[in-house]
Design a protein around this ligand. Structure first.
Ligand code: HEC
Length: 111
């Protein structure tokens, strides 16, 4: 048995497929914020080198105060979930910097 598909229907579906695959441009806000040295912390170099490839520093700087284990879990999540190429040799400097930065932000969280 032959199935006849009306040309109009075929044309329409081809059009919608073409519409779906059209490139989409998304303009991200220009956020040149960098990590800077903070009192009591290591140099911001390690976090600047490892943590600005995918999102701005603001993604980190707008977080609430976290515990050391929560910041450690963030770094682990970036590496394992988002495949961030974070140099393991820099983990300590990154987490120490995050703790020093975070300390000025409200009361210490439980845990
Ligand atoms: C490979 C890309 C990539 C790199 C490199 C990266 N991140 Fe992320 N990060 C992400 C993505 C994706 C999100 C989720 C963004 C969203 O939800 O809109 C995110 C979100 C975050 C958040 C917000 C909280 C959360 O868990 O979603 C923090 C804090 C953060 N990143 C910290 C870091 C730190 C610290 C580093 C360096 C150790 C880092 N990121 C490096 C991809 C990356």
């Amino acid at each position: 048995m032959r199935i006849l598909v009306p040309a109009a229907v075929l044309g329409l579906s081809l059009l919608s497929v073409a519409g779906l695959s059209a490139p989409v441009a998304i303009a991200l806000p220009d956020d040149p914020t960098e990590f800077v040295d903070v009192p009591g912390g290591p140099a911001a170099e390690a976090i600047n080198n490892n943590c600005r490839a995918c999102h701005s520093a603001s993604m980190v700087l707008t977080q609430p105060r976290l515990t050391r284990s929560e910041w450690t879990a963030e770094v682990v999540k970036m590496r394992h979930v988002y495949k961030a190429p974070v140099d393991p040799a820099d983990d300590a400097a990154i987490i120490d910097w995050l703790m020093a930065m975070s300390e000025g932000r409200g009361p210490a969280p439980a845990g």
